[in-house]
Design a protein around this ligand. Sequence first.
Ligand code: BGC
Length: 708
Amino acid sequence: MTELQLQELLSEMSLGEKIEQMIQFHGGFYGDVKLITGPGHDYSVKPDQQWRIGTVLGEAGYEHLKKLQEGFMEKQPHHIPAIFMSDVIHGYRTIYPVPLGQGASFDPELTRELAEATAKEASAAGLHVTFSPMCDLSRDARWGRCMEGTGEDPWLNARFAEAMVSGYQGDGIDKQGNIAACVKHFAAYGAATAGRDYSGVELCERTLLEDYLPSYEAAVKAGAPLVMSAFNTINRIPCSTNQWLMRKILRERMGFDGVVISDYGAVQETVVHTSSYDKKDAAAKALRAGLDIDMMSDCYLSYLEEQAKESEELRRLIDESCLRVLELKNRLGLFDDPVRGSKELEEKYFYCDAHKELSVRAARESAILLKNEGLLPLAKECRITVVGKLATSTKIVGSWAIFAESDKTVTFGEAVKCRYPEAKVEVYPYDTADEKMLAACKRSDAVIVCMGEEDEKSGESKSISDVSLCREHQMLFDAVYGVNEKILSLIYAGRPLAIPMLAEKSEAILDAWYPGTFGNIGIWELIFGDANPCGRVPMSFPYTTGQLPMSYSAFTTGRPVEDRNGFVPFASNYMDVPNTALYPFGWGLSYSTFEYSSVVLSHDTLTEDGKITATVTVTNKGTMDGKEPVQLYIRDVKGSVIRPCRELKGLQKPFVKAGETVTVSFDITTELLRFYNEDMEFVAEPGEFKVWIGGSSLTKNEAEFRLA
Ligand code: BGC
């Protein structure tokens, strides 16, 4: 349809009809419901009204959605089709590593491929929109949803966010095989106070703009046509009714002209938050903030029409919002072709070989070898005992795998049988050691202790106050350690756990996150050395919960401590643990050693429009080919406001054959140096800068330049 035709359609619609387009219900209104994350639907729906609303949440499957769509087309007075949206954040049927694991791959291009594969399956099943990417930067492992994001770094999160949008949307959201992205949760949901889900966010404006917003903005710039407002407050105003945030920042400053949808029930929650007087007030406030779709609350449904009859302003805003929803339907091609997918496409893509292979590869690239004292890789003929309940658990795919079939998940115990049938592996899938288990451990060449958390322990609302390894797993480890010290600690988790004891006693530690449907096969390939680990820490692993929130990109203090060498009185440090992480951002080992040359800069002075090229050579000194995430960090030595001690500003992940050397270059322009100065202008300030290029945020491989 042309814009004119859409406007004509709008002009023919009644006020009530327009408001209905601005409503989202979940599948409970049509029969089945997959997952409910908030209040149900105890509000009054007029007869057949569920067939006239604009969008539906959480339903999928070609036959099912086709039927639903036919219902909408028949009963909506203007035969307007519905949009089907759902949370398909790391795979539809074939599940890939959770987003935090993908963050650990340090490879946005891999994530683009995963999003593309996800879109193929989801679109085959009739979906139009996914509630992804979740761009919420998180520096607090207590927050159960840190697993849904890609980590602690603004620059890296932005790269992953745009990669996901591009993977989902491909060559157009109107095409079969692609789905539209909905950027969430705007904004700064990951900064929930004390890591407790849904709690308020207290950030200064500079931190919000500089650290938290870049990833959402990157996703918007990459072309995502929807944004979801967050549950939390910003400046003590819930995001869904926050005019400054939604109009000024999102629409004006970022130039977003698409659809804004609330999070589940978030509009009515503003009443409970106490910033809206009642649901009527909440509806008007959300509309004024530019919120187009009310997901699962009855504020728009029951409290907008009456007040809009009395207010020209509200009627104008309803027209704007409804038109945006119609425009989205048009961009999705729904007026020409309202039904996505087919039975054949579902059969073709669900668990197809290409997606299976991708699931294995992604798990290999997401796992981080945190420690290795020569235990790994294990020889294929050695005798291995595997212990721990997680060894046979299917709860290792991560949350929001709502359309996954758990009987398809390959457990760690099964994966070795299908990939290495000859391997001598005994599995004791219990978290409590008994004599038989310990006797097997004792006679083994190596023991793999599976620890961490099953996937129901992280995700929405699953915040915890203590991120250390649970007591049961500490005891299991200790019991095994008592009979055999050749231990590989294999961790499944949706957050970086505090594991100082494992760091001290294990011979090797591999963090597999939640690797997805077939990911455990990839984990065994790493263990047996058929693949070389290349994952890196996307979110700091603390020594203790008390260090949280934390990030490598911290600010200097007036009383800094440099390298830790015991406690320094009256300096900014802890008496019991270092300030820094146990495993910091960017950290991760390989079976090869990569040697870096010194950093060579093309110039020592940068001008406003110029560029400096920073170059290193990287040599694989090992005997195994491998990938190395080469990281560029920059520091503005002095500024009108204090600057982080270093920030990631570039990344490449070359494949380097054993014994070979590659050259890696990064261009540095003033774009990379901008920040909000004392007057809140986004500028690069002249002066000294430091540059590091290396294999982690700890690198000391340094050079300097000046900005003229
Ligand atoms: C979550 C969102 C999700 C929505 C719809 C909410 O509870 O916060 O991330 O997209 O439910 O399922």
